[in-house]
Write a new protein. Structure first.
Length: 132
């Protein structure tokens, strides 16, 4: 799709945001761990709330309140929509186990999940992981 220099409608702006979100988190100024540095240091799984399927995959990036996650079987999450709450999540960061509640912001090849419900200790763990 071609979008002019000045988007003429809200749909143009949404389409442009969708394109950019494939390459960079749309969350703004949050720091993200470089993709090459994560490797096996971060593991994330969750249960699909629609059909109780356990979803595995690869953490593609992580920020203070955001996980970019590439599911092993995208078809297993096709029934999830932005705004859905994932309340059965496990996130392992360098051996530390967290159980965030996540809100789905985008469901595409790489899912964008917003972590909520992190207590102070979990937030420190995420920030320490990001710092390296």
């Amino acid at each position: 799709a071609i979008i002019g220099e000045n988007p003429e409608s809200a749909a143009d702006g949404e389409r442009l945001a969708s394109i950019f979100s494939r390459y960079k988190p749309i969350s703004g100024a949050e720091t993200e761990v470089a993709r090459g540095r994560i490797g096996e240091r971060a593991v994330f799984i969750f249960t699909n709330p629609v059909n109780d399927t356990i979803i595995t995959g690869k953490v593609d990036g992580i920020g203070p309140a955001e996980i970019r996650f590439k599911p092993d079987a995208p078809s297993a999450v096709a029934d999830l929509a932005p705004g859905d709450i994932l309340d059965q999540c496990s996130l392992k960061l360098d051996g530390a186990m967290l159980a965030p509640v996540c809100r789905l912001r985008k469901n595409a090849n790489v899912m964008i999940l917003e972590m909520t419900g992190l207590d102070e200790a979990d937030s420190r763990t995420v920030h320490a992981f990001i710092s390296g």
